[in-house]
Design a protein around this ligand. Structure first.
Ligand code: PMP
Length: 326
């Protein structure tokens, strides 16, 4: 196992083995632990799928040597894929809806990728459609399609899940994570339920997102400022398996921003809005365990802090709620 104490040949070897740190605002009786995915080389959780998916696709011959990877992405996946593509001798093109952060787009370009923007109002569906059109025009191109490809969740089943269980000697009561593609939560949840079928699993989405409708929860569709989690159309998020989820917790933009500011000020975490939302939801689950409202095999909750606030400084993530441009 990688200890990060020996020299490596490639930055790809440094993906994963991120630290797990106790959230100090946790209830005394039930600790919340956060997996700090900013420690990856591209500074987000998506480096894991970049490495895992592209290595598997090259091994299985799904992408030809020197071929092109085209992916619809909010940005972090592009960064993770761009790092892996370059190391594996592939070209990369990313289709990004306009509203997503310019920092991410500059980083993808710096890593050698080409960016194509699609209109904000067409959402992720518009980017997915454009990626497939482009792939049809090139003969060596493949669309890994993180929203539908089981390798996305498998990356977390093979890496993130086992790392969490090893760090806590298997004593995990609940898993709480934000869902964009839902790959992170599905991979960890599948691993967790294999370790103990009674592990509580909570998905986190922004207020205004529609995952909750899969459980018959009341949801009013609306725009949200958070980046990286949520969906307006859960049929696009093919990996999300309601069987692996006990509840969907929705968090407002305002409480996610309050919490990401608190995490910086009080606990030294430079994390972004999806981490703020995950932290709020994980503390809520911890309080429910403490109060006996949720039964779990252990008194602990694990969540994931997916990326860094530095990626959103231009959007005013640390300014007032009104000045934060989501
Ligand atoms: N937070 C951020 C900042 C992200 O970029 C993503 C990926 N879309 C997520 C959370 C959610 O990860 P997943 O796609 O695995 O659900």
């Amino acid at each position: 196992m990688t200890s990060h104490r020996e020299p490596f040949d490639s930055v790809l070897d440094t993906v994963g083995q991120t630290p797990l740190v106790r959230v100090q605002a946790s209830p005394d009786e039930v600790s919340v632990y956060a997996k700090l995915e900013t420690f990856n080389p591209g500074a987000s959780v998506k480096d894991r799928i970049g490495k895992y998916m592209l290595e598997r696709m090259v091994e299985e011959g799904d992408v030809p040597p020197g071929g092109t990877v085209i992916e619809p992405t909010a940005g972090n996946t592009g960064i993770g894929f761009a790092i892996a593509a370059e190391q594996l001798g592939l070209d990369a093109i990313f289709v990004v809806p306009e509203r997503f952060s310019v920092e991410k787009q500059q980083l993808m370009q710096a890593l050698g990728a080409e960016i194509i923007n699609t209109p904000t109002e067409k959402g992720m569906d518009g980017a997915i459609e454009r990626a497939h059109q482009l792939a049809d025009e090139l003969d060596d191109a493949v669309v890994p399609q993180q929203f539908a490809n089981p390798l996305n969740a498998e990356a977390h089943y093979e890496t993130t899940g086992p790392e969490i269980y090893e760090a806590l000697d298997g004593e995990v009561g609940a898993i709480v994570a934000g869902c964009g593609t839902a790959g992170t939560l599905m991979g960890i949840a599948r691993y967790a339920r294999e370790q103990n079928p009674d592990t509580h699993v909570a998905a986190v989405e922004p207020d205004g997102s529609m995952y909750g409708t899969l459980f018959g929860d009341d949801r009013e569709e609306d725009e949200y400022k958070m980046e990286g989690i949520g969906t307006h159309d859960p049929t696009t998020n093919e990996l999300f398996d309601p069987e692996l989820v006990d509840e969907v917790i929705d968090v407002t933009d305002r409480s996610a921003q309050d919490e990401l500011k608190r995490l910086a000020r009080d606990e030294g975490h430079l994390v972004a809005s999806s981490a703020g939302a995950a932290s709020v939801a994980a503390q809520r689950v911890a309080a429910d365990i403490r109060d006996g409202e949720i039964e779990t095999p252990y008194d602990s909750v694990v969540t994931v802090f997916p990326d860094s606030s530095e990626r959103y400084l231009s959007k005013g993530i640390y300014r007032s709620f009104e000045e934060w441009d989501g």
